[in-house]
Design a protein around this ligand. Structure first.
Ligand code: HEC
Ligand code: HEC
Length: 175
């Protein structure tokens, strides 16, 4: 944990915040995220399976450091955030819990859980920045999120832009 704290202070905190509660929506929140998911994403950034800003950040990390960083951020208590546009969030709530049977979109809750908490193999998306979530959905749609995108590509490719925005806004307000 000491090593994780050093790495966080020296680098990760600049973008993700010392507690994993990044202020800018460009940088995903990491507090309360599943340690296994964090470690896996870091390994994918390191190997280049997932592409982006993080490739350089993960390049030098060892397996033990990735695990420790997962435990560090995963152990932080996530904060609650409120949603501005309640009407949009209501559309998102429907999609999240019921999907869209007209276009064949599965309910997000069937995998990410009714509260958006995810599992060890599936990210927690509750309380995440709406703009980050929406950006990832667009990347999955275009397969620009390059690692393990099969499931989410199938889902994102059936969502309209309005549905992507609405579901992202809804999830961002969940704790
Ligand atoms: C220069 C800014 C920056 C720094 C420093 C940085 N990150 Fe990131 N991180 C990002 C961005 C931006 C993303 C979103 C993915 C992308 O666009 O590449 C991200 C994504 C992630 C993700 C994936 C989250 C998800 O929900 O899928 C993890 C995990 C992560 N960072 C961990 C870390 C750790 C641990 C450190 C310190 C070693 C770190 N980051 C340092 C900018 C940064
Ligand atoms: C069949 C299961 C399944 C369903 C249904 C599902 N997801 Fe996912 N989702 C996944 C998996 C698996 C991943 C992680 C991919 C990886 O390991 O990189 C993921 C990742 C994500 C991410 C990236 C999170 C991050 O931190 O970067 C977002 C955003 C997301 N899903 C949103 C949604 C939304 C919105 C819906 C409903 C419209 C949905 N998902 C439905 C399985 C699912």
């Amino acid at each position: 944990m000491k090593r994780a704290q050093e790495i966080v202070n020296g680098r990760c905190s600049l973008c993700h915040g010392a507690e994993g509660e990044s202020a800018s929506p460009i940088f995903p929140r990491l507090s309360g995220q599943h340690p296994e998911y964090i470690a896996k994403q870091l390994a994918d950034f390191k190997s280049g399976r997932r592409k982006g800003t993080m490739n350089d950040q993960a390049a030098e990390l060892t397996d033990d450091e990735m695990k420790a960083l997962g435990a560090f951020f995963g152990g932080k208590k996530p904060k609650a955030y409120s949603v501005g546009d309640q009407d949009l969030a209501a559309v998102g709530r429907y999609i999240y819990h019921k999907g869209n049977s007209y276009s064949g979109v599965a309910a997000c809750s069937s995998c990410h859980g009714p509260t958006g908490d995810g599992t060890a193999r599936l990210p927690r998306i509750a309380g995440q920045h709406a703009a980050y979530l929406e950006g990832q959905l667009k990347d999955f749609n275009k397969r620009e999120r390059t690692n393990d995108n099969a499931v989410m590509h199938a889902i994102a490719s059936k969502l309209t832009e309005l549905e992507m925005r609405a579901v992202s806004v809804y999830i961002s307000g969940k704790l």
